[in-house]
Design a protein around this ligand. Structure first.
Ligand code: HDD
Length: 707
């Protein structure tokens, strides 16, 4: 490959028709684009190894064959020990206003300043090839290529963590990953070792509430919140500190799948989230988040009933509001998964002037761990030279050599020096802006291996979370605990875990105990009754229905006019409408014209859509009613709480799917997101009603749901 290909990386335009361009280049100048060895020698044939006679042995002399196989044999690198499964994209961060009152961070210093970013989303437990829609925490890691160096905000889609001290991380990860003897399960936490650990480690309780909630089964990466988790510190140019927590809020709202749906999706499309992100960006629907901060003056450090340094705690938004400070837009897919998404190396200690750490013991441990992990994963100390990791800011130091060194460093390699003109010089000497100076925090204490008493309350905020949930969110949490603990073989572990839950809520503990066949624990007195409405997804719907997917079930005889009318109305609001029929190609509309089929029904499933529409047309509906895949499609959409719209004859499919008749055909049907239009209903009106229903995402109070 020629040099201009190899240098492709960050900042290059997307590869639209890269293959065509490459071919054209080859035709124009074969000497530049022909296949070569690593040494640049052009190769005549890469399909046949050199052999002695056409049927004879392969020869060791074939350097091209040996080089090709050797390179292939070394293609894999160790996958991430956690967060191995992920998807990434480029974009930019744009600041809303100067934040100089709180931080001297250059990328936050001016309204409208844009900073390029790379974001990688991930699951935690599963290996690289595991399914996207497992019940798990999602990683949300952002690398800001600021003018003053790279800043990494390595967060999750949940604002707290399982443990308080990083020294517990290897234990936690050993317990959560696949079990050591049989390497099961692949993705997810529903197994003995995880719950054994969790039940013995009560500090996990708050995070467990989040992990058993719908937050752990997002509809899309684009519809997740993100959190920096720890309390960090903003620092001004004159050295003043302010505590800060970071929040990403998705423009599209926070939405989830239901558990049954997530499990089916894992089979129907294991790449569901990866594909969703990729396709949204390819189609110009750039996902967007707002970055918000909770700011706490240093003098208020001890004014909370929890410790700001404890990563198992949130600051409720009602207590300290989240102030929006900028937006993140992802507008470019990577060109090469390995080079970019796999090789990106995040590190909590990648900070820039104006952002500093606190003594959160989880954060302090992370500040060691990420650099260490990159050394083994990326094979040496020069990984920051990889295109995706390279800062935009100038890099100047005396680090030298090592595996994979890309830079030809001239001159001296030590400091102080006179022979190299004293360069690179200490930036501090000039005293200028844009230099990282550690926050001057006074520290005094004994060397002790002891957790602070202020870290001991493990249940109040777990209760806060539970108390803040809507009825259906609580139902989902109970079902999730029942599922997970139901997969645990050890009765002792089940009992111990249920016992912990009694500290959160007696009803929760009772319902879980009932589901997993253990005795309900004794109620605990003094359980917190506080709540925080900002935690419920019912209050995080977002606006609009952009990129929501609507399936139209069609067959020969479908009322094509209706489809066109509905499609127009919905796509005008940004929804995606796809016509599904038994076979690809087109179907005959009821007016005799053709209706293009977007997807063959057998290749799709209701779990891959947000709503379903069955248009009118006697012949078509009869065919659909006789097709088990179509009937199942409607039934599943119903059981997963999705909006369903039927016009005229389409109603028959509701009956065929054996949905609760009193609901779907009763007056309350629209309240449950089942919309039926008769002969006089204008398709546009039905489309509007469907759009409103889609805006509510799901109808979790509908009878007959699968959780
Ligand atoms: Fe971590 C990866 C997030 C605690 C050690 N972590 C990793 C990634 C995310 C997080 C998003 C994937 C980055 C990527 O996409 O490449 N981790 C968190 C959050 C935590 C957290 C939000 C708690 C607040 N992590 C944590 C602790 C330790 C680690 C306490 C170790 C002491 N994390 C790692 C790691 C990983 C990692 C082993 C695996 C691969 C990598 O770093 O690059 O170093």
């Amino acid at each position: 490959m020629s040099a201009h290909h190899q240098s492709a990386g960050r900042g290059d335009p997307p590869a639209q028709d890269a293959k065509d361009q490459q071919l054209a280049r080859f035709r124009a100048a074969p000497e530049h684009d022909a296949l070569t060895t690593d040494q640049g020698v052009r190769v005549d044939d890469t399909d046949n190894a050199l052999r002695a006679g056409t049927r004879g042995p392969t020869l060791l002399e074939d350097f091209h064959n040996r080089e090709k196989l050797t390179h292939f044999d070394h293609e894999r690198i160790p996958e991430r020990v956690v967060h191995a499964r992920g998807a990434g994209a480029y974009g930019y961060f744009e600041a809303y206003e100067p934040l100089t009152e709180y931080t001297c961070a250059d990328f936050l210093a001016e309204a409208g300043r844009r900073t390029p970013v790379f974001v990688r989303f991930s699951t935690v437990q599963g290996p690289r090839g595991s399914a996207d829609t497992v019940r798990d925490v999602r990683g949300f890691a952002t690398k800001f290529y600021t003018r003053e160096g790279n800043y990494d905000l390595v967060g999750n889609n949940m604002p707290v963590f399982f443990i308080q001290d990083a020294i517990k991380f290897p234990d936690f990860v050993h317990a959560v990953k696949m079990e050591p003897d049989n390497e099961m399960p692949t993705g997810g936490t529903a197994h003995d070792t995880f719950w054994d650990f969790a039940s013995l480690q009560p500090e996990t309780t708050h995070m467990l509430m989040w992990a058993m909630s719908d937050r752990a089964i997002p509809r899309s990466f684009r519809m997740m919140q993100g959190f920096g988790v720890h309390t960090f510190r903003f620092v001004t140019a004159d050295g003043r500190g302010t505590f800060v927590k970071f929040h990403w809020k998705p423009k599209l709202g926070v939405h989830s799948q239901v558990w049954d749906e997530a499990q089916i999706t894992a089979g129907r499309d294991p790449d569901y989230h990866r594909r969703d992100l990729w396709e949204a960006i390819e189609s110009g629907e750039y996902p967007e988040w707002e970055l918000g901060v909770q700011l706490v003056p240093e003098e208020d450090e001890f004014s909370f009933d929890f410790d700001l340094l404890d990563a198992t705690k949130i600051i409720p938004e009602e207590q300290v509001p989240v102030r929006p400070i900028g937006r993140l837009v992802l507008d470019r897919n990577p060109q090469n998964f390995f080079a970019e998404t796999e090789q990106v190396a995040f590190h909590t200690a990648n900070v820039v002037p104006g952002i500093d750490f606190t003594n959160d013991p989880l954060l302090q441990g992370r500040n060691f761990s990420y650099l260490d992990t990159q050394l083994i994963r990326l094979g040496g100390p020069n990984f920051s030279q990889l295109p995706v990791n390279r800062p935009l800011a100038d890099v100047n130091h005396n680090h030298r050599d090592g595996f994979g060194q890309q830079v030809i460093h001239p001159g001296t390699n030590y400091f102080p020096n006179s022979l190299g003109g004293g360069c690179p010089a200490h930036a501090g000497a000039g005293g200028g802006a844009g230099v990282f100076r550690h926050y001057a925090q006074r520290v005094d204490g004994e060397k002790i291996r002891v957790r602070s008493d202020s870290f001991q309350d493990h249940y109040s905020q777990a209760a806060l979370f539970w108390n803040s949930m809507a009825d259906w969110e609580r139902r989902h949490i109970v079902e999730a605990f029942r599922f997970e603990l139901g997969k645990v073989g050890s009765t002792q572990v089940r009992e111990r875990m249920v016992g912990n839950l009694a500290n959160v809520n007696a009803q929760l503990a009772e319902m879980v105990a009932d589901g997993v066949g253990v005795a309900a624990p004794q109620p605990v007195s003094g359980v917190s009754t506080a709540s925080s409405p900002a935690l419920s997804q019912e209050n995080l719907l977002g606006e609009g229905i952009r990129t929501r997917k609507v399936a139209v079930l069609a067959a020969d005889g479908t009322d094509a006019g209706q489809v066109t009318a509905v499609r127009e109305r919905l796509t005008a609001q940004g929804a995606i409408v796809e016509v599904l029929a038994a076979k690809d190609g087109s179907v005959r509309g009821s007016d005799g014209g053709g209706l293009d089929v977007d997807r063959a029904l057998p290749t799709m499933a209701s779990v891959l859509y947000d709503a379903v529409l069955v248009p009118d047309g006697k012949e078509a509906v009869a065919a659909l009613a006789a097709d088990p895949a179509a009937v199942r499609f409607v039934e599943e959409a119903y059981r997963h709480g999705k909006p369903i719209a039927v016009l005229g004859e389409g109603t028959r499919l509701l009956t065929e799917a054996k949905l609760p008749e009193e609901v779907v055909l009763g007056e309350s049907a629209p309240d449950f997101g089942v919309l039926t239009g008769n002969g006089t209903t204008a398709p546009g009106d039905l489309a509007d009603a469907l759009a409103t229903a889609l805006g509510r995402h799901r109808f979790p109070r509908r009878p007959g749901l699968l959780n």
